[in-house]
Design a protein around this ligand. Structure first.
Ligand code: SF4
Length: 349
């Protein structure tokens, strides 16, 4: 790919310590290696940004430490940045005309967390309210959040929700709401324990499905409608795991949530970097059913008015393309997506 796109140098990792030298060498016409792997910076080497960032992105934490095996941020050293630095960067973004500040983090609730990933309610509430009150910030969007801290400390959600909703830019069923990306990944306790044992902290992995349903309920009660990733094709995934995830989607049926079902990707910088990637060709009939059920849910909740158009498109797509490309195993998925049939896992509506 590097040759195909005529890219001279690829820099992999955090840039703070190493990337500057790469740019200096290039400016002086010195030769730079084809691939540069960077060294980890210490927190004092991470500078304040001095020019506005796209979407007003302002970094509040870096790294994670919960150790999910498919995840690259967890390989980085964890830092929470001082509120003063975050505030200065957000103010600079707002002064430069950015109406939105995105709080860049892999989990808002990691910010200045206590031991065992217990959320620091005071620090998080102060952060959200301080940045939300900056002149010119019309929208405040945390990039990611974890679900277990929501269940661990629902009062924290009650305290940050008013500011997030006031500065939210989304609508659900005609009312203003906030959103944040969360990782459900799977409904299978077996896969959680195998590949992402720390994900449920400060709670227990064995309770994962209940943690997810409770957290989504608490978020919805506070007008926060999460966008949730789900991963298909994790290493050693079995049919029983897909069924567990379908059952979780069933339990959440009707919740104000937007699903983003994804294929497992073995990222360069993660513990499962040599594992086989998932792809369309290897999807089972149940996987197709799962994808269709997620998108049927999304249409029902977020765009009920386009439902009939999707039904027509599905009816046309099936014979014209997907059946030819992927065979009979996607027939049921197309019917679910078009609203002609319910998933065998989903009873109610
Ligand atoms: S909880 Fe999220 S950010 Fe942390 S290791 Fe797991 S996937 Fe990565």
């Amino acid at each position: 790919m590097q040759d195909e796109f005529k890219i001279d140098t690829v820099v992999i990792g955090e840039g703070d310590r190493t990337a500057l030298d790469v740019f200096k060498k290039i400016m002086k016409d010195n030769k730079v290696q084809r691939v540069v792997k960077t060294e980890k910076p210490e927190i004092k080497e991470i500078p304040e940004i001095t020019k506005p960032a796209l979407f007003g992105v302002t970094e509040i934490t870096r790294g994670c430490g919960k150790g999910c095996q498919f995840c690259s941020p967890t390989m980085r050293t964890f830092y929470s940045f001082p509120l003063e630095k975050i505030k200065k960067e957000a103010e600079m973004n707002a002064r430069a005309g950015s109406k939105m500040v995105v709080l860049q983090t892999d989990d808002l609730f990691l910010y200045k967390h206590h031991e065992r990933f217990v959320p620091n309610r005071d620090a998080i509430v102060e952060l959200v309210n301080t940045i939300g009150k900056i002149d010119g910030v019309e929208y405040l969007q945390p990039a990611h959040a974890a679900l277990p801290p929501v269940v661990y400390d629902p009062k924290m959600i009650e305290e940050i929700a008013p500011m997030l909703v006031e500065k939210g830019r989304w609508k659900c069923h005609g009312r203003k709401v906030a959103s944040v990306e969360v990782g459900i990944e799977t409904g299978s306790v077996r896969l959680i324990e195998k590949h992402m044992h720390g994900k449920a902290l400060p709670l227990e992995p064995k309770d994962w499905p209940e943690i997810v349903t409770q957290a989504v309920g608490i978020l919805n009660d506070n007008d926060i409608c999460p966008l949730a990733t789900l991963v298909v094709g994790l290493p050693d995934e079995r049919e029983e795991d897909t069924i567990a995830t379908m059952e979780l989607v069933d339990d959440l049926w009707g919740s104000e949530i937007f699903y983003v079902p994804l294929f497992f990707t073995s990222e360069e910088e993660c513990l499962l970097s040599s594992a086989r990637q998932a792809d369309l060709r290897r999807l089972s009939e149940m996987h197709w059913e799962f994808f269709a059920t997620c998108w049927r849910h999304n249409i029902n909740i977020w765009a009920p008015d386009v439902s009939s158009k999707v039904a027509v498109a599905s009816a046309l797509l099936y014979p014209l393309y997907y059946r030819w490309k992927h065979g009979a195993k996607i027939g049921k998925a197309i019917k679910i997506l078009g609203g002609f049939e319910k998933s065998s896992m989903i009873e109610g509506d």
